[in-house]
Design a protein around this ligand. Structure first.
Ligand SMILES: Nc1ncnc2c1ncn2[C@@H]1O[C@H](COP(=O)(O)OP(=O)(O)OP(=O)(O)O)[C@@H](O)[C@H]1O
Ligand SMILES: [Mg+2]
Length: 144
């Protein structure tokens, strides 16, 4: 565990609350920040991403990038929404220019981040479905 390691837990009761949490997370992000989202189908990864994008000044609507794998948006910083679900691994990601994006000057949010290798300074967010509209959301490594 690194010195700055800490963990914060939230319960969200609606998609709107998950988006609002994303907006709060956005305040901690800067050039090169990587947010790695973990959690199964329908856990709320895309809703959290929509909130982060809003917090970063992206005005365009963020939609699920499942088929495009990587979507780029213009905000206060370049904003990349990556859906690694269909990637077979790091070679696939590299072929799409993944490293240039992760190690570039924008902010990257990755759904299904467990499919690829990510740097250890990434902020990891785990979303877990509780009953109906409730989601447990755990954030690791969030620091300025
Ligand atoms: N508290 C909540 N936060 C987020 N989404 C919620 C919540 N409660 C219910 N939902 C519903 O769960 C679904 C979450 O969808 P979302 O696309 O964000 O999931 P995802 O994790 O990105 O899934 P996928 O792996 O398919 O991309 C939506 O249908 C949303 O309405
Ligand atoms: Mg999604």
């Amino acid at each position: 565990m690194s010195a700055g390691h800490f963990l914060t837990e939230f319960i969200s009761s609606s998609p709107e609350e998950t988006m609002a949490l994303g907006e709060r997370i956005a305040r901690f992000l800067h050039q090169g920040s990587i947010v790695a989202l973990r959690g199964g189908l329908g856990a709320g990864k895309t809703y959290l991403t929509k909130g982060i994008a809003r917090g970063l000044g992206v005005s365009e609507e963020v939609t699920s990038p499942t088929y495009t794998i990587i979507s780029e948006y213009e905000g206060n910083l370049p904003f990349y929404h990556i859906d690694a679900y269909r990637l077979q691994g790091d070679d696939d990601f590299s072929a799409l220019g993944g490293e240039e994006i992760l190690y570039g000057a924008g902010v990257s949010v990755i759904e299904w981040s467990e499919r690829i290798s990510i740097p250890e300074y990434a902020i990891i967010v785990e979303l877990e479905i509780r009953e109906s509209n409730h989601r447990k959301i755990l954030i690791r490594n969030l620091e300025r």
